[in-house]
Design a protein around this ligand. Structure first.
Ligand code: FHN
Length: 449
C-alpha cells in the first residue's frame, strides 16, 4: 500500500467508526410499535396533563435531588441518608387523589434518580428503600396498586445516570466536567454489566411486579452522550415485557428508533430557553413538556418560587396548543406528605380544569400557529381558540381553512361574531372577565369543506 492509500484507508475507517457509533442503530432498529402501543400513544396524547413526582432519600436534606453532586459528598456519606428516611405519612390514596383533583390523568414518579437509590423493592442490589431505610416498604407498589384502583396510569422515571454504582464507568460529564469530585468510587467498573445486569435487571422488575404500567421515562443519557447505552436491548426488553409501555427518553436529542414519546424539559416543543433542548420536533410521536411547580424537582425546603394557578393553567393551555402534554412536577417531603403550597395550587388548577377541560383533553394542536396572543386546539369539528393575552376587540386568525358554521363563547355558549374570508377568520373577542386566564371561543366547522 502506498502512503496515500494508507491515509485514505485510515480516513475511511474513521468515518465508518464515527458513523457506526453515532448512528441511531443502537436504538431499537426496525421498531414497529405494537397495536396496543399505538393505542397507548393516542391515550397519552388525549391525557394532556400529568403529575411528575421527584421523591427519594435526598428529600431528607431538603435541598433538591442533586444534593449528592452539588455538595460533592462521597457515596459513603450519602449512604447515611436512607437511615433517616421514614415516610410514615406516605399515603398512596392521597397522592393519586391529589393528581385526580388537579385534573391530571397520569403520574410519572422517580423509581430511582441519579443517586441510583431504588425507591422500590429491587432484588438486583440492596441499594433500595426496602433494605436500607427504617420504612422498609415499597411505596411504588402501593402507588401502582392505588393508581390501578383509581384508573390512572403510572409511569416510572428511571435514571440511567448513576452516581453510586461503581460500574457506571467510565464516568460521565457530571463527574468529569464540574471540578474535582472524589466521590469514593473505584477508578474502574464494568459498563456492560451496569447496563445489562443492573439496569435491565431493575427495569425487568419494574415491568413485571407493578401490573400494567404506562411506560418508562428515561433520564441521564445526556451525561454520556457518546456511550453505547445498549438501547436496542433495553428498549426491546421493555416492549417485549409490556408492548403498550411507552418509552419516553429525556435525552434532549432527536428521537431514536424504539422511542414512543418525545419529551422536552422546561420548554415547549421546539423552544430552547433551557439551553439543552433540541429544536427538532417529531411530527410522528406524541409530545410532552415537563416543568416544576416551584423551581425545584426534588423537595427543596427554601424554594418559595411557586407558580400561581393561573401560570400553570396558561402553561397547560400553551402545551395543548403546541400539540403537547404538560407534566407538572412536585417534590414530596421526606415524611411522605405533599406540602400545603402544592396542594392548594393543584386544587385551584383542578377547579379551573374541571370547567375548561373539554377544550384541552383529547385535543390536538389546532390549525393556527401558537403565538403570544394564545393558541388553538382541535377535537373533531371543534376548534378551540384560547385567547390568553389580547386586548384588541378583533382577532384575526390567518389559517382557518374550513367553513365555520358557528362561533361561541366556550363556557356560556353565547354567540361570537365573526367574518370568514379566504384569508382566514376575524373574531369579535368577548370581553375578559376579571381574573379570566383563558377566553375560549369554540368554532364549529362545517362538515367536509
Ligand atoms: O438532572 C435531572 C433533574 O434532576 C430532573 O430529574 C430533570 C427532570 O426532567 N431531568 C434532569 C435534567 O435534565
Amino acid at each position: 500500500m502506498t502512503k496515500a492509500q494508507k491515509s485514505f484507508a485510515v480516513v475511511l475507517f474513521a468515518v465508518f467508526v464515527v458513523g457506526f457509533f453515532s448512528s441511531p442503530m443502537w436504538a431499537q432498529t426496525g421498531y414497529q410499535p405494537a397495536p396496543e402501543n399505538l393505542q397507548a400513544r393516542q391515550e397519552f396524547q388525549d391525557a394532556k396533563f400529568g403529575m411528575f413526582i421527584h421523591w427519594g432519600v435526598y428529600s431528607v436534606l431538603g435541598d433538591g435531588e442533586w444534593v449528592l453532586h452539588n455538595r460533592k459528598l462521597t457515596v459513603q456519606e450519602y449512604e447515611r441518608l436512607p437511615k433517616f428516611f421514614d415516610p410514615e405519612k406516605f399515603d398512596a390514596k392521597a397522592w393519586v387523589g391529589l393528581a385526580k383533583a388537579a385534573g391530571m390523568k397520569y403520574i410519572t414518579i422517580t423509581s430511582r434518580h441519579h443517586d441510583g437509590f431504588a425507591m422500590f423493592d429491587s432484588k438486583v442490589s440492596d441499594w433500595n428503600i426496602v433494605q436500607r431505610t427504617p420504612y422498609g416498604k415499597d411505596p411504588l407498589k402501593m402507588l401502582a396498586d392505588e393508581a390501578h384502583r383509581q384508573g390512572i396510569k403510572l409511569f416510572f422515571y428511571y435514571s440511567q445516570l448513576d452516581w453510586h454504582n461503581p460500574d457506571y464507568y467510565p464516568r460521565g460529564k457530571t463527574e468529569t466536567d464540574s471540578g474535582p469530585w472524589v466521590n469514593g468510587r473505584p477508578d474502574h467498573g464494568d459498563w456492560n454489566s451496569y447496563l445489562d445486569n443492573y439496569m435491565d435487571g431493575q427495569l425487568r422488575e419494574l415491568l413485571t411486579n407493578y401490573g400494567t404500567i404506562g411506560g418508562i421515562w428515561f433520564d441521564g443519557m445526556w451525561d454520556k452522550p457518546d456511550a453505547d447505552w445498549h438501547l436496542e436491548k433495553t428498549y426491546g426488553l421493555i416492549h417485549q415485557l409490556q408492548p403498550s409501555a411507552l418509552i419516553i427518553p429525556n435525552h434532549h436529542q432527536t428521537p431514536k428508533p424504539g422511542e414512543d414519546v418525545q419529551t422536552f424539559e422546561r420548554d415547549l416543543p421546539g423552544q430552547n430557553t433551557a439551553g439543552f433542548n433540541t429544536k427538532v420536533v417529531s411530527d410522528q410521536l406524541p409530545l410532552e413538556s415537563c416543568n416544576t411547580l416551584n423551581d425545584s424537582w426534588g423537595f427543596n425546603i427554601g424554594d418559595k418560587n411557586y407558580k400561581t394557578p393561573e401560570e400553570v393553567e396558561e402553561m397547560l393551555v400553551r402545551a395543548a396548543g403546541n400539540n403537547s402534554n404538560l407534566l407538572l412536577n412536585i417534590g414530596p417531603m421526606p415524611n411522605g406528605e405533599i406540602q400545603e403550597e402544592f396542594v392548594t395550587r393543584l386544587h385551584a388548577v383542578g377547579e379551573w380544569v374541571s370547567r375548561y377541560g373539554d377544550s384541552i383533553y383529547g385535543t390536538r394542536g389546532g390549525p393556527v400557529a401558537p403565538a403570544d396572543w394564545g393558541v388553538t386546539t382541535q377535537k373533531g369539528d371543534k376548534v378551540y381558540v384560547h385567547i390568553l393575552h389580547w386586548n384588541g376587540k378583533l382577532l384575526a386568525l390567518p389559517t382557518q381553512q374550513r367553513v365555520i358554521r358557528s362561533a361561541q363563547v366556550f363556557l356560556s355558549g353565547a354567540p361570537v361574531e365573526f367574518t370568514q374570508s379566504s384569508n382566514g377568520v376575524v373574531l369579535t373577542v368577548p370581553e375578559a372577565k376579571k381574573g379570566e386566564v383563558d377566553r375560549v371561543v369554540v368554532l364549529t366547522l362545517a362538515q367536509g369543506k
